[in-house]
Design a protein around this ligand. Sequence first.
Ligand code: GLN
Length: 225
Amino acid sequence: MSVHLVKHTPGVIGVLDLQGGVHEHLEHLERLGIPYARVKQPADFADLAGLIIPGGESTCLARLLDIFELKEVILQHYGRGMKIWGTCAGAILLANRVVGEKPCLGLIDIEIVRNGFGSQLDSFKSEAIIESVSADPIPLTFIRAPKILRVGRDVHVLLSIDDYIAAAENEGILVTVFHPELTGCLALHRYFASKCGLNPAAENPSSVHQDWENVSWMKLARIAS
Ligand code: GLN
């Protein structure tokens, strides 16, 4: 697997590299042939077509955004058209209503509740068809996931299960409460790349890759570090 950590080039998708599942997202972008970069300094955001805020711990990520003074930077680049995808903790940071807590970036009109399924032990896997994303079932991994309880008028629900919403978007923001980067499936990364106006490699099927293992990202971690 070749690594191309491209920086400052239009058409790049950045992964916020403060805490959480960074490598796993980079590995999925690599497999799709999308130029990618880890971003953590204000200058790293120049010309990004899209930004992924990974899962991790939203309180920790919010604190690091303050320490690294990145909140304003993200808002500015969102204002010039950079798209943003938040997975799990990332979705919490993007919500404009967080039950019992102050919102962080507030860029999408959703109400979200942290740890909506219970503790780490209540983490689980399932699968579902997300019609706008792929005709094939998409594997879903929920890790101490939040629940999206309701969405505003300008927000489109992509996946609703039981009493909660698992994926939604507005024009500039995509949120998923599950972790597509922890499965072999590229469908959501492909979908986000298209939302950013990029063309992911067409030949990769969106379903689970046979050569993918849940430690595949380690190959990338070894080469990149
Ligand atoms: N429970 C975490 C939080 O509230 C999110 C977990 C995750 O990103 N997998 O920040």
